[in-house]
Each structure stands twice: as C-alpha cells, then as structure tokens.
Write a protein that binds this ligand. Structure first.
Ligand code: AP5
Ligand code: MG
Length: 223
C-alpha cells in the first residue's frame, strides 16, 4: 500500500515517473491533467471552458478539480494505493485531500517533489511528444521512440501537447511558483515531503522514489 503525491513544475517528469512506478508497484496513476485533457476533447460548454483554461496554462477551478479527484479516488482500484500526479496544486486542494483521506481512514505515504529548474523545463517540454492513444510520454532528445515519431507500443503518430509552446510553458511555470509552491510548504510542515533532484536520469529518479516508498511503509509499520 502506498498513497503518493508527485509534485513539481511542469516538465519535472511527474507523468514519466508515475508511469514507471505504476508498472512496478501496480498502483493506479491518477493524473488530473490527463483527466481534464479527456474532458476537453468533448464539445459541451464545460469541456470548452476547460479547454480554454488549459490552453492558456491557467488552473481549472478548485471545486471542479476536487470533485473529479474525489470521484476517481473512490473507485475500487484506488483502495490500496495511488499516485496522484498534478494534484493537489493549490493549498485549498491539499486541505480538501487531507479531509477526504481522513474520512476514508487513509494516510499519505509521501509527497515527493521533483526539483527541476525553469530552463530545463522549457527544453524538455518543447521536445516532449505523447502517444494520443495510450498516453506514453517520449522526448525527442532524452527518450526518443524507436522509429520516426511513432509510439513503440501502439505504432500511432506521436503528438505535441497544445500547452507545450514555449510561451505557455513559461506561463505555466509562473502559475506553479505562485499557486503550487505553497503546497510544498504545506507538506513540509506536515512532515511528509521528500525532495528528489529531477535532473538526474529517469531510472535514477525512479529508484529514489521506490526507496522513499519503502521507508514510508516502514515508518507506518513501526507506529
Ligand atoms: P498537467 O498535465 O498536470 O501538466 P503539468 O503539471 O504542467 O506537468 P506536465 O505534464 O507538463 O509535466 P510532467 O511533470 O508530467 O513531465 P513529463 O513526465 O511529461 O496539467 C495540465 C493542465 O491541466 C494544467 O495547466 C491545468 O490547466 C490543468 N490541471 C491539471 N491538474 C490540475 C489541478 N490539480 N488543479 C487545477 N488545474 C489542473 O516529462 C516532461 C518531458 O521530460 C518528457 O518529454 C519526458 O520524457 C522528459 N523527462 C522526464 N524526466 C526526465 C529526466 N529525468 N531526464 C530527462 N528527460 C526527462
Ligand atoms: Mg504530466
């Protein structure tokens, strides 16, 4: 059992590490970004509003995000653990999550911050590609697909995210500093924060995460 939060700026690698940790620990990867990108594909009013917010690199309103996350975490596959990627992103969301977890008798194992500077973020996101079918994340520089720009698993042509233009990436980074940095202080005060250097290789980062999870589980057992 591991209840994990992955924190960090856009492009820190949250989704990449979550996909790997999901394969290893078999706990669901819950990405609010992926959930909202799915909703944004539809044509109703709410979907259109979300699409516009995401394209600008702003945050979706807390109330809506909290409701979506609560619904997802209530599903059976999240009973014995989850990896929250991209949530919480505001202190309001963090408080909501704490209240939700305490009502269902669960406790966070760790909130892990992947520390990456802005210039690395911009470089990574302008060369990121994703599979529109399975969501697998690639990078033309650091993690290229085996052939052309096709997904290794699906053979589908990879795409660039609408919010990965340099200008939008820099705006998303500013939103992160303003709205999400306080969430880091919040988890630090609650003694669940772990900081991992996100500029080392992907597999090295994943090893550090697994070590934190092992230690977190031991801490829980000793109590
Ligand atoms: P979201 O999808 O969560 O985007 P984000 O937080 O900006 O993060 P990214 O997905 O861009 O980056 P990542 O950290 O996952 O990095 P990745 O693994 O892809 O949110 C999108 C939008 O949805 C928000 O702007 C907002 O509008 C809305 N939203 C979502 N959640 C919300 C919430 N809670 N509240 C309100 N609104 C919300 O890696 C990036 C690249 O780097 C890849 O190419 C990868 O291959 C490469 N890479 C990764 N690690 C390494 C490494 N160690 N070395 C070299 N390359 C690496
Ligand atoms: Mg992501």
């Amino acid at each position: 059992m591991a209840y994990l939060i992955f924190l960090g700026p856009p492009g820190a690698g949250k989704g990449t590490y979550a996909q790997r940790v999901h394969e290893i620990l078999h706990i669901p990867h819950v990405s609010t970004g992926d959930i909202f990108r799915d909703i944004a594909k539809k044509e109703d009013e709410l979907s259109k509003r979300i699409r516009e917010i995401m394209e600008r690199g702003e945050l979706v309103p807390d109330e809506l995000v909290n409701e979506v996350v609560k619904r997802r975490l209530s599903e059976k596959d999240c009973e014995n653990g989850f990896i929250l990627d991209g949530y919480p992103r505001t202190v309001n969301q963090a408080i909501f999550l704490d209240e939700y977890l305490s009502t269902v008798g669960k406790r966070l194992t760790a909130a892990i911050l992947f520390d990456v500077p802005e210039d690395v973020v911009v470089q990574r996101l302008t060369s990121r590609r994703v599979c529109p079918k399975c969501g697998r994340i690639y990078n033309l520089v650091s993690l290229p697909p085996q052939r052309d720009e096709l997904c290794d698993d699906c053979g589908v042509k990879l795409i660039q995210r609408d919010d990965d233009k340099e200008e939008t990436v820099r705006h998303r980074y500013r939103v992160y500093l303003e709205k999400t940095k306080p969430v880091i202080d919040y988890y630090s005060k609650n003694n669940v924060l772990h900081v991992v250097d996100g500029t080392i290789g992907i597999e090295n980062v994943v090893s550090k995460v697994l070590e934190i999870v092992r230690r977190g589980k031991n801490d829980t057992c000793e109590e």
